[in-house]
Design a protein around this ligand. Structure first.
Ligand code: X6L
Ligand code: MG
Ligand code: MG
Length: 164
């Protein structure tokens, strides 16, 4: 069913990706290409940085997986993609080649020291909500007022990632 992607136990998982250092497109493209079970990728948005030191604009997108990986296994996947992109952790909320966060996994709720699902701040951040709405309109009922449009610009699709 579903093109052979959905297997027993598989459910939707949404990951948020961001990059504002180096070849931003290539970091996003490489991350998605190396990810299992991806079935949909949002439009890519260029977004003004939020929090942290002065830094350059981000490219953000959200991917939808149909997967039976546990939240813990997904976290390992996120860390692996960041490592492959050469991410260094210097300044808190500072510029990064690649950030991959678990936003939501259907039916899963985790509250551990290093892993919280759903993401506790996903509903506060337009750079998450706007791409999330592309691939999960049911999770994003509405986006309040004008926080949306101004500092978030739709750039286009991330091509060459899923073979679709
Ligand atoms: C007050 C204090 C208000 C802190 C906001 C918000 C801090 C978001 C960190 C905050 C605060 C964050 C991205 C980003 C970051 C990204 C864009 C973070 C962690 N990641 N800005 N800033 N895209 N546009 O992916 O989300 S740092
Ligand atoms: Mg993040
Ligand atoms: Mg992160």
């Amino acid at each position: 069913m579903n093109g052979g992607v959905r297997c027993d136990g598989a459910r939707r998982a949404f990951l948020g990706l961001g990059s504002n250092l180096g070849d931003r497109w290539e970091h996003l493209r490489g991350a998605v290409a190396g990810m299992p079970d991806v079935v949909e990728v949002s439009t890519v948005y260029e977004t003004a940085p939020v929090g942290g030191p002065e830094q350059g604009p981000y490219l953000n997108c959200v991917v939808r997986l149909e997967t039976d990986l546990s939240p813990r296994a997904l976290l390992e996947l996120c860390r692996e993609r960041e490592r492959v992109a050469g991410r260094l952790r210097r300044v808190r909320w500072g510029p990064r080649t690649l950030d991959v966060d678990i936003l939501w996994v259907d039916g899963e709720s985790v509250d551990e020291e290093d892993l919280t699902v759903p993401h506790p701040r996903m509903y506060e951040r337009a750079f998450v909500l706007i791409p999330l709405r592309d691939v999960a309109p049911d999770l994003v009922d509405e986006i309040p007022g004008d926080t949306a449009a101004n500092d978030i610009v739709s750039v286009g699709p991330l091509t060459g990632t899923t073979g679709v």
